[in-house]
Ligand binder design. Sequence first.
Ligand code: HEC
Length: 140
Amino acid sequence: MRILVSAAAFGLAVMLAGPVAAQTIPLAIKGAGGAAVSGDTARGQTVFKKCVQCHSPVKGKNGTGPSLHGIVGRPAGSVANFRYSEANKKSGITWTEQELFVYLENPKKRIPKTIMAFAGLPKAQDRADLIAFLKVNGQK
Ligand code: HEC
């Protein structure tokens, strides 16, 4: 019995730290021609592999880049204990789903002097899936 209980607890811990539940969620993003956009959270977690060398999805865990936990809806430059560029801090951006969608296509176009060394994600669906993952990840 004790073994069963701890196995269940272990299973739960793995679930919370591991993959997000696969689901397709509608996003507050206007795609090409004003089309509605939705994102696949599990696919987004795979796209996020392009970010993990610099960004953790875990709250309070900064690396080369700030933690991206709860990024959706947060003002730019507001993660505690991360040293941002002036350009990012003073951008005046709030990271809505739409702003992330634009920024992640070409970060240096949206914030020319950012210190984030990342070329961008050219595929709109990659960005939408990633944003769906970031949104769901921020809720746990
Ligand atoms: C080579 C390292 C690196 C990679 C790869 C990278 N970033 Fe960044 N990112 C940074 C740094 C550094 C900053 C801080 C920029 C500044 O202060 O100018 C940043 C900032 C950001 C911000 C603004 C955060 C805030 O609090 O204002 C977002 C959003 C972001 N990155 C998302 C991503 C996503 C999503 C990916 C993957 C698709 C990614 N980044 C890939 C290094 C990186």
